[in-house]
Design a protein around this ligand. Structure first.
Ligand code: GLU
Length: 481
């Protein structure tokens, strides 16, 4: 059987990491099986749906390399792929459900429904429609429909039980008495999520519905609709929700959720993909860093574990650093430039100095931030320095720095190793820890206590400029009284 997967975002906000996560699994499963991956826009909520959100979702997924086989952008055999453009399709099926007695028109006014809710609340009864319009004879219902506003509701057989299999959770059994006579078609003729969702999944040939676990309560209604229409339901796999550290559903307040934010912060798409793949899934080899081809090759939805994965930004930072180091210098420079993180640097200059920084980078903006000292922007971190060299004798440090700068000048052009041992000898002679002298030089030359390798930095900067910077630091080191 052909594997057909889909993701069905509602374009009501910024492109969400949860959408990327669900898309990734669906896309990978279709890829692995040579199937189709559909992106359908669920914009039945016309008030909140916006075309710009749809565009942003498609762009963010494309940035991650997740390109649907069928979508509003690329079209496809089963389009249109926006529910708002499929209105006439749905009413055909609600008519069919009415004719077979699986659904009925409800003429209750909003006022009556409000009263009903208030009554149920006061009586501490569960809320839900009371089925009043179910008793209307079909002929009367058809006649009233010509003049009155109505919605179409699912006629739930309250005495029955609905069962379905979830690939990750086994059989899920729900007593129908707990299921409301769900609205399928609104009074404006728009379908609700449930109706549109099952009609589209069926007509588009979807064979597996992989979506977030928050949709589990909706699935029995969907199963009922499939049965009522005489269709085979797809397989279901409800994947765990992404969670904040405190295990609550991922939220803007506790974690950035917009994919655009991650891009703006200089995360690489391959790091995002790797990170999202690890939310509920892992490689058997226990290797956390892997590329997308490996993921596609190994992924199977039935291996997803349902224990809520925690969105751990530290892990993302680590992965991003790993991916940065995997790129060759030219490719990394391309990314820095094309993503707008080059600052005042030209591509050629970035390529030249990038080897000094690549090792320590976590995100793309780190380059321009830490390379600023090469462009003369330095403000030596005196506080940081004094913390690092607390135990060193200040006079000895000043003297050693002066000596070191003379030596650097004399030995300019000599191999790194020779210069390094000369500097070590200076520290030892002055009774200083080697690390303290190097720390002083590092803060002098780069401004910061943590920095790229010292001697290559001096070479890039030029010995004149480096010596001047060391002199500047020496002046700022407050002599002891
Ligand atoms: N429109 C729903 C959403 O925004 C789709 C849920 C589903 O996949 O069935 O998540």
């Amino acid at each position: 059987m052909e594997v057909v997967t889909r993701v069905a975002p509602s374009p009501t906000g910024e492109p969400h990491v949860g959408t990327a996560y669900v898309s990734l699994f669906n896309w990978a499963w279709a890829r692995r099986n040579g199937g189709r991956f559909i992106l359908r826009i669920e914009d039945t909520d016309q008030a909140r749906s916006k075309r710009e959100h749809e565009t942003a979702i498609l762009e963010a997924l494309a940035w991650l390399g997740i390109v649907p086989d069928e979508s509003p952008l690329s079209g496809g055999e089963y389009g249109p792929y926006r529910q708002s453009e499929r209105k006439s399709i749905y009413s055909e099926y609600t008519d069919r459900l009415i004719a077979s007695g699986h659904a009925y028109r409800c003429f209750c006014t909003p006022e009556r429904l409000t009263e009903l809710r208030a009554f149920q609340r006061a009586a501490k009864r569960p809320s839900g429609y009371d089925g009043a319009c179910r008793a209307i004879a079909p002929e009367d219902s058809a006649k009233r429909a010509e003049a009155e506003a109505f919605v179409v509701r699912l006629a739930v057989d309250k005495s029955a039980t609905t069962r379905f299999n979830d690939l990750l959770r086994g059989e899920i059994v729900i007593e129908n008495e707990n299921i409301d006579d769900q609205v399928l078609l609104k009074s404006d003729g728009m379908p609700t999520y449930h109706m549109a969702n099952i009609v589209d999944d069926h007509l588009m040939g979807v064979t597996i519905v992989m979506r977030a676990e928050e949709w589990i309560p909706s699935s029995p209604k969907h199963v009922m609709l499939y049965e009522a229409l005489g269709w085979d339901p797809p397989a279901f796999a409800h994947v765990p929700l992404l969670r904040n550290k405190d295990k609550s559903k991922i939220s803007k307040r506790k974690n950035p959720t917009s994919l655009e934010w991650y891009r703006e912060q200089g995360y690489l798409p391959e790091a995002m993909v790797n990170f999202l793949a690890l939310q509920g899934w892992s490689l058997k080899e226990d290797n956390e860093e892997f590329d997308v081809e490996t993921f596609v090759d190994k992924f199977n939805p039935s291996d997803i574990s349902v224990g809520g994965p925690v969105f751990d930004m530290q892990k993302l930072d680590w992965l991003n650093g790993e991916k940065i180091r995997k790129l060759d210098v030219g490719a990394l420079a391309d990314r820095i430039v094309s993503e707008g993180f080059a600052g005042d640097w030209s591509h050629a200059d970035i390529v030249r100095v990038l080897p000094l920084f690549q090792e320590r980078m976590k995100r793309l903006p780190d380059f321009a931030e830490s390379a600023g000292y090469l462009l003369g922007r330095i403000e030596p971190d005196m506080e940081g320095l004094s913390k690092k060299v607390k135990k060193a004798d200040p006079e000895a440090l000043r003297a050693a720095l002066v000596k070191a700068s003379e030596t650097l000048k004399e030995m300019a052009g000599q191999p790194e190793e020779a210069r390094e041992s000369a500097l070590r000898a200076i520290a030892e002679e002055a009774g200083l820890k080697v690390g303290n002298l190097f720390m002083g030089l590092r803060v002098a030359v780069t401004g910061a206590t943590a920095s790229p390798p010292l001697l290559p930095s001096i070479d890039e900067l030029g010995v004149e400029e480096s010596v001047a910077r060391i002199a500047n630091l020496v002046e700022r080191l407050v002599p002891t009284a």
